[in-house]
Design a binder for this molecule. Structure first.
Ligand SMILES: NC(=O)c1ccc[n+]([C@@H]2O[C@H](COP(=O)([O-])OP(=O)(O)OC[C@H]3O[C@@H](n4cnc5c(N)ncnc54)[C@H](O)[C@@H]3O)[C@@H](O)[C@H]2O)c1
Length: 411
């Protein structure tokens, strides 16, 4: 029987796109355990607008750090500020929930891990999409053996990022972090793919990679941009092609570039089947299973459809047996825009004295995978991972829906 817990007071730093679009609506309306006290931003107009819209206090970073009521700082700044804001919050004794990735590089991330331990504060990191419907369902099915023993996972996300906007980087409001330190696509989108892999397959043992930039210098290409035609230096790896070896024995590929054009592919294979995964940036998605003894559609059977339309197991079809796509049902909630569920889970974890599911150990491990691939690219050697994490507890299976499903976090 769940017991009511006292909501956790939080201060939000960073009132940009994701705060406006998702976090504030969810923190204010979706999760009862989160109590937003105030918001801050480098651009005061942004925090003012947010404070007015939601009836919370407009604050400065310092006011948030020094407010004795605030227990958690929610760091929604862009990656270049993650380290500074999380560090300052921890130094003031605050627990921290930080958007992805936790820092710009391995050294910064290592310092934050040290500081969180030293200060005895709770530190969790995004992405929290791995707590969503398709991701929790995928983990449930794979744990249950639906694809047999996992063999491989293939993650591919490619797109095109170029300084082609008329206002690109002209002010903090138009700063485009994916072409800056710590924000490149392998960090930005890579974080989603890695958290999914880690949540399902567990820790990585070693990695290799090739990393770099095909176009290390780009041009401002919008005719209305004041620097039109001038060159722009890219200070983050925008392409990584890596390979992973998991402790469980499975292997993986990691193919992320923002210097190409759009494509996505996310597949897990096992000794008994193949699972096509959803988009790890989204809470909702589909899971498609192919395995030898899946049920085939009647029209695929020898002799055409059965009179009663009943499916027949492919294993009964002898030489005609063939794998067939089967879309698996979703077994969990949070199938809509639910960013902040990792923060809500953290708040319940703090109240109930358990480990939060989005614990920094998993974010730190994901960070080391990327760091290791870059190291491997620079040295030409396989990189042995040094960090470790325990797979987060899966969410409990529940028949609760809507905002009532928050009860499943209260344990
Ligand atoms: N935009 C998205 O679709 C999206 C989706 C998921 C996650 N995220 C993550 O959310 C984070 C923020 O992304 P965004 O798109 O909202 O960026 P953004 O640039 O729109 O907003 C960041 C805000 O942080 C403020 N800021 C930066 N440094 C600060 C500091 N030291 N103190 C106070 N305020 C500071 C900026 O002024 C800006 O308003 C990133 O980690 C990103 O990876 C973004």
């Amino acid at each position: 029987m769940s017991k009511k817990v006292k909501p956790v007071k939080v201060g939000v730093i960073g009132c940009g796109t994701i705060c406006r679009m998702t976090y504030m609506p969810n923190m204010m309306n979706k999760f009862q355990v989160i109590d937003v006290v105030g918001v801050a931003d480098l651009i005061p107009e942004r925090s003012k607008a947010m404070a007015e819209q939601y009836g919370v206090r407009q604050m400065t970073n310092e006011e948030i750090y020094n407010d004795p009521e605030i227990e958690v700082v929610v760091n929604l700044t862009y990656p270049e500020s993650h380290f500074e804001v999380s560090r300052d919050a921890m130094l003031h004794g605050k627990s921290v929930y930080c958007e992805k990735m936790m820092a710009c590089d391995w050294e910064e991330a290592t310092e934050l891990m040290r500081l969180a331990k030293e200060q005895g504060v709770c530190f969790t990191t995004a992405p929290d999409t791995f707590l969503g419907a398709w991701e929790q369902s995928a983990r449930f099915y794979v744990d249950a053996g639906i694809i047999g023993k996992p063999v491989s996972v293939h993650a591919q996300h490619t797109c095109a990022y170029r300084p082609s906007n008329a206002k690109f980087d002209l002010s903090p409001d138009t700063f485009f972090f994916p072409l800056h330190r710590g924000g490149g696509l392998p960090f930005d989108w890579g974080g989603y793919y890695l958290h999914t892999m880690l949540n399902i397959l567990g820790p990585v043992k070693r990695v290799t990679g090739f990393a770099g930039n095909y176009e290390p210098v780009m041009q401002y290409t919008h005719p209305a941009h004041p620097k039109y035609g001038e060159e722009f230096k890219i200070d983050t790896p925008t392409s990584i092609f890596g390979a992973l070896e998991f402790e469980c024995g499975a292997h993986g590929t990691f193919h992320l570039t923002s210097e190409s054009y759009n494509s996505d592919n996310f597949i897990m294979t096992g000794t008994k089947g193949t699972l096509t995964l959803g988009n790890p940036n989204n809470f909702d998605g589909t899971l498609v299973l192919k395995r030898a003894n899946a049920h085939v559609k009647p029209r695929m059977m020898p002799g055409g459809p059965q009179p009663n339309g009943a499916p027949v197991a492919a294993s009964q079809l002898g030489e005609f047996a063939r794998p067939e796509d089967t879309e698996l049902p979703m077994l969990f909630g949070y199938n809509d825009s639910s960013r902040g569920v990792g923060l809500a889970d953290m708040c319940y974890a703090m109240r109930n004295g358990r480990k939060p599911r989005a614990h920094c150990d998993i974010g730190y491990h994901a960070m080391e995978v990327i760091h290791g691939m870059i190291e491997s690219a620079n040295t030409g050697r396989i990189y042995e991972m040094t960090s470790h994490f325990e797979r987060p507890e899966p969410l409990p299976l529940t028949n609760l829906v809507g905002t009532g499903q928050e009860d499943s976090l209260n344990n």
